[in-house]
Design a protein around this ligand. Structure first.
Ligand SMILES: [Zn+2]
Length: 266
């Protein structure tokens, strides 16, 4: 595991970066496809129960190899690692997701590390966020996160598949199944989004976990690190793909959903 992670880091060094930090400033390089965060639908639509979506997983995977989201009907947590999509279902079981399945809300990017460090052992989730915060050169970019290695503890949740009429997300997460893993190898992936995305995505960190053996994971609620390599991908392009479903086109956009958001993401 450790050797595998180091091999990945070595190859990333060769690939280069789209953004570079020098003299305390962030310099945007030529925009390439590697710097695009692609998202389907909006967090407010998901909060309001727009769980259908029309983005195929196969199409999503063409836009990146690291990502998070959910599946049609709010059917569990989606975790995209190494270009493969996995579902962590409401029972905690993990399965590969087929290309023809669809997602109502997901974000993905071709991961290309711009900064990396080793996290100290024994860090909790806020501690890991502080490490990531120190690696972010600006509050006004998007960042993809990948933290790979061994964890003393991981706490996650999933969400059960819903039937129509779909209830709002806050109602579903009130009874969310939660999972605890101890001494587990795996990877944390996801995004940090700037405050100005409010209503469109989740401001701050939104991370999912998948174990190395692909048997457990979910939406991250807590962790303790053991031996974890942390990578950050600075992302300065954002592509929003809106669903053309009846439910999205007819959905009543409402502002100020951040209180609901704290309920469902906390
Ligand atoms: Zn999530």
């Amino acid at each position: 595991m450790r050797n595998g992670a180091m091999a990945v880091l070595a190859s990333l060094t060769v690939l280069g970066v789209g953004l570079a930090v020098s003299g305390g400033r962030v310099n945007a390089g030529p925009a390439g496809p590697e710097d695009v965060l692609t998202q389907t639908s909006t967090i407010n639509a998901l909060l309001d129960g727009a769980y259908d979506g029309d983005m195929r997983i196969g199409d999503l995977l063409e836009r990146g190899d690291v990502g998070i989201g959910t599946l049609r009907g709010l059917d569990g947590e989606l975790v995209i690692v190494d270009g493969e999509a996995f579902q962590v279902g409401a029972t905690g079981a993990v399965r590969r997701v087929g290309d023809d399945e669809t997602t109502p809300f997901a974000s993905v990017t071709p991961f290309d590390a711009d900064a990396r460090t080793d996290a100290p052992a024994g860090l909790d989730y806020p501690g890991l966020q502080a490490v990531l915060d120190a690696m972010r050169p600006s509050e006004n970019l998007f960042y993809a996160v990948r933290a790979t290695g061994s964890f003393r503890y991981v706490h996650t949740r999933s969400v059960p598949k819903q039937e129509k009429p779909y209830p709002p997300l806050a109602e579903v997460t009130r009874n969310q199944p939660e999972f605890e893993m101890h001494d587990v190898e795996g990877v944390v992936v996801g995004f940090w989004c700037p405050a100005f995305v409010e209503g469109v995505n989740v401001p701050g960190y939104h991370l999912h976990f998948l174990s190395e053996d692909r048997t457990c994971g979910g939406h991250l609620l807590g962790l303790t690190t053991e031996d974890v390599a942390v990578e950050l991908d600075y992302t300065d392009d954002f592509l929003l793909d809106l669903p053309e479903t009846e439910e999205f086109l007819g959905f009543d956009v409402r502002a100020g959903r951040h209180e609901d958001l704290e309920d469902v993401e906390g």
